[in-house]
Design a protein around this ligand. Structure first.
Ligand code: NDP
Ligand code: MG
Length: 381
């Protein structure tokens, strides 16, 4: 029986993680949860799973929640997330919060040698060098939840890393894959949130539409698999059946396939190196799918992908700036304050006014993240 601590329990990955736990009560128990502000979504989770520890984002949410569960201790903020992540009863940490706010909990959990299932890709984008240095030092492997990275991880099982030619990440193309740049000028939030293949949280759905999600994933892959950017390729594959591939020196390509269901990679990160049944997922029927399509990524059509490759190659503090600018710009778009195309404009603006710092430590990263958020917010004034 593994005790799971779940950060981001009320989110899309969080809810699907709970479903995996629910299907395997003999294997997993929910020990602790953290969420942001959504008390309504958290209450049924608390009533079903009775987590021993609960963390919320702020005092106001704590006040609201404690009306319903007056006898339970409720922790708050980053300190709370760190506390449950390193708790001696936590066996596995599933980090599924949205944004760079998940960074410190990840670092602390690594130092306590916890098994970590990482969905929170912003952690690896904003401070990949720190996370991977700590992971190496403490001999902890980060088990990827992101479907592309789970696919690559599976393709690399038993393989020699020196024999990789390239990683091939697949991209569905997001909500606007059939639109031209011109068409994007007046798209709405509602249109952006209408993803063709995956049902996900709002931020990542917008990231998929701008293609920044794939950009974040390129950086995530660089860190997780220690592969140079020149050996990472992205191709468009609209069916999301091949979740990603690896090409080896002898020209063999290994791919991982399945229906688009995040519970599969979530479960694999919890059970690795074993596999368990997942009765509620739909089996892949290739005869039903019949055709798979692939096309080249057009970087003029999706400049965010080019921006992310550039940020990754520059390295140092640049990905931190890109990530923070993106988080704020997407939030502004979701709140109706800026248009869709202004997201990438704001990211580029923040990146071009930044002076690269080569090997930022945690303090520097936290400061740059904060400063970039303020700066991008000020573009509106
Ligand atoms: P959601 O927006 O659905 O959920 C985010 C979760 O994080 C919610 O539980 C939210 O709480 C919580 N949260 C946000 N801010 C804070 C905070 N400051 N403190 C504590 N908790 C906080 O996101 P997703 O589940 O879609 O994505 C989560 C992560 O997983 C992201 O990094 C994303 O890129 C990655 N991912 C997601 C995939 C998906 O299919 N959804 C696929 C692959 C990766 P609340 O809502 O209560 O405020
Ligand atoms: Mg993904």
């Amino acid at each position: 029986m593994k005790n799971i601590t779940l950060l981001g329990a009320t989110g899309s990955i969080g809810i699907q993680t709970l479903d995996v736990i629910r299907q395997h009560p003999e294997q997993f128990s929910l020990y602790a949860i953290a969420f942001g502000k959504n008390v309504e979504k958290a209450l049924p989770i608390i009533q079903e799973f009775y987590p021993k520890k609960i963390v919320v984002q702020d005092m106001e949410t704590k006040r609201k929640l404690s009306i319903h569960i007056p006898h339970q201790t409720i922790l708050v903020g980053n300190e709370g997330m760190i506390e449950i992540s390193v708790d001696k009863f936590t066996d596995v940490l599933v980090n599924a919060v949205m944004g760079s706010v998940g960074l410190q909990a990840t670092l602390h959990a690594i130092r306590e040698r916890k098994q970590i299932a990482i969905a929170n890709k912003e952690t690896l984008v904003t401070a990949g060098h720190l996370v991977m240095d700590e992971a190496k030092k403490y001999d902890v492997s980060l088990l990827p939840v992101d479907s592309e990275h789970s696919a690559i991880f599976q393709c690399l099982n038993g393989e020699n890393r020196n024999e990789i030619n390239k990683l091939i990440l697949t991209a569905s193309g997001g909500s606007f894959r059939d639109k031209s740049r011109e068409d994007l000028k007046n798209v709405s939030v509602e249109d952006a949130l209408n993803h063709p293949n995956w049902s996900m949280g709002a931020k990542i759905t917008v990231d998929s539409a701008t293609m920044m999600n794939k950009g974040l994933e390129v950086i995530e892959a660089h860190w997780l698999f220690d592969i140079p950017y020149d050996q990472i390729e992205v191709i468009q594959h609209k069916e999301s059946v091949i979740h990603s591939m690896v090409e080896f020196k002898d020209s063999s390509v290994i791919a991982q396939l399945g229906t688009p269901d995040m519970r599969v990679p979530i479960q694999y990160a919890l059970t690795y190196p074993s596999r368990l049944e997942l009765p509620t997922t739909k089996q892949l029927n290739l005869l039903e799918v019949s055709k798979l399509h692939f096309s080249e990524m057009d970087l003029n059509r999706f400049p965010s992908l080019a921006i992310a490759f550039e940020a990754g190659r520059l390295g140092g503090s640049v990905p931190t700036v890109m990530n923070a600018a993106n988080e704020i710009a997407v939030d502004m778009f979701l709140k109706g304050k800026i248009s869709f195309l202004m997201i990438e404009e704001y990211i580029e603006r923040a990146m071009s006014s930044h002076r690269l710092i080569e090997h930022p430590d945690l303090e520097t990263i936290i400061a740059i993240d904060k400063e970039t958020r303020h700066q991008v917010q000020s573009y509106l004034l």
